[in-house]
Ligand binder design. Sequence first.
Ligand code: FES
Length: 104
Amino acid sequence: MSIGYEYHIFVCENLREPGDKRGSCGSHATTELRGYMKDLLREHGLKARCRANKAGCLNYCKLGPVLVIYPENTWYHFETQADIEEIVLSHIRDGIPVERLLLP
Ligand code: FES
């Protein structure tokens, strides 16, 4: 029996006070979007291969909301359920990075 996952996705859910100049990913519904991601992973039979974890600040607040996928160290900006769906289906299921959402 092998343990572990092929992919780990860390989604920033850090939430700062309103008005904080740094902003925060958590103010963009990232907790709900991660929930949607988990639903998609389950629906598409990817749950055993990929785990979507909550993360604190990943230090790219100005580019947020952000997530990172390991082991590739691929960083994405995302905003919508459509973005999350594309990341799950293209990157995780098909192994094709989503160019339009990659961080520079
Ligand atoms: S608050 Fe998300 S990267 Fe800092």
